[in-house]
Write a new protein. Sequence first.
Length: 492
Amino acid sequence: MRIVTKTLLKRRPRLIVGSLVAAALALLSSPTVMADFSRLAELQDSGFAISAEARLLNAPEVTLASINPNAERSPASVTKAYLGAAALNRFGPQHRFTTQLVSTGEIDANGVLQGDLVFDGGGDPGLTSENLWRLVQRLQQAGVRDVAGGLVVSQWRFGPVECITTDRCDALSRVANSYSAPLSSAGVNFGSWCVNVAPASTPGEPARITHCDGPSSLTRVDNRVTTRPDNSGTKLNAERITDERGDIMRISGQISTNAWPRDVYRAASDSAAQTAQTLHAMLMRAGIVMGSEPRVTAEPPPQGASRLAAVDSKPLQEILLRIMNYSNNYMADVLALNLVETPKAQLRQAGEALETYATSLPGHGPVTLESGSGLTTGNRTSAHSINVMLESMFHQASLFPSFVATFQSPANGVMRFIRRGPDVFQTNVMIKTGTLNQPFAVRAAAGYFRTVSGRWGVFSVLVNGDSSTPYLNWTKVLEPLAQDLDEMIRAH
């Protein structure tokens, strides 16, 4: 009896450990865990087409829930996650885009540049007026006091880029929003004009409107804003229209005498021409007199041109943070065009570069990406394919921190509409959303989550309507998605 008892005691710990391991593996691989996309799936009853998948990463990989995971749907702005991944793989997180002023002319003893001053657009998606002021300052430091020739803005890398979406095509003549300007490698301020509206000192007088970068407006202004007495409220409507003489900012409404000035942004009809006007005005304000009016060209700077001034962009990881957090379509498509290696790039070529990246990932399915912004419903991918891309980035230790940082936490993201759902969902998820309303509704979301036990997971949800489906409020997608993901996070 003693020998038998001793033998049983020796074997029992191994049996217990083995049973626990088997039970754990069974739990992880079991599809019976009470967590799925059952709430989200109810949207199918209203005619919406869904592709969705959520799964845990690292061995053993576990699919937690899915709805038609391989079906191709429009991802809308979730496309920008592909863009971020492709750009990081191509350039690296610390890559910077350089914009420069060059010339073949010499600077004489009086500081006069004997030739044209060429603005070589570097395709910086985040180029701003601040960068232009630095260029002007560095030009002065190089000894330039006046320019005998003129300012030439070169958009030889890409631009003007053919419009393929309604908003950008409409923006050629009229627009009531920002970030929809025609694309260019020489664009500044996201292709948008900015004017500042301030109240006059006396009620009844027109408001004072100036350009955001100076005391006068760089484009014509049709001022229809009336100053009202204190505390009357401020209501402004603005659109940019274009006629044979160029762009006009038409602004109407009212502003109170005690109101703070307001900045108003509207897309320009020609991004490179806007840069030419803005930089020319800055040069003149700095006392650098130009010999002729500014002009735009699609030709590269002349052979042998020397650099006079240059400015670098923010690092790519910071550019991506703005693109993803604010879903800036102008920045996204400019960055995508940088993926094209040949000059005079067009959006379809940028899409093909993204497709090449995506299809290089093992396990990725068919994909069509016509743009990097996701503005067009012609973009097509599946929930499973998006998860393949997300998982690929997760396993790249040198790129993943920069990539995941561009996604928003629902608890404190800049987009307030995602701040909903259970606490666990809000604090354990990093998400990128996508929205389209025309020609049909698209509500998409993808990203990462951490379970209560600390495991990483990926999820992708693409909900597409058609001409017969009702308007799709984000609440109808986010609330069931948040509940479903919350249960998955808690269950593991």
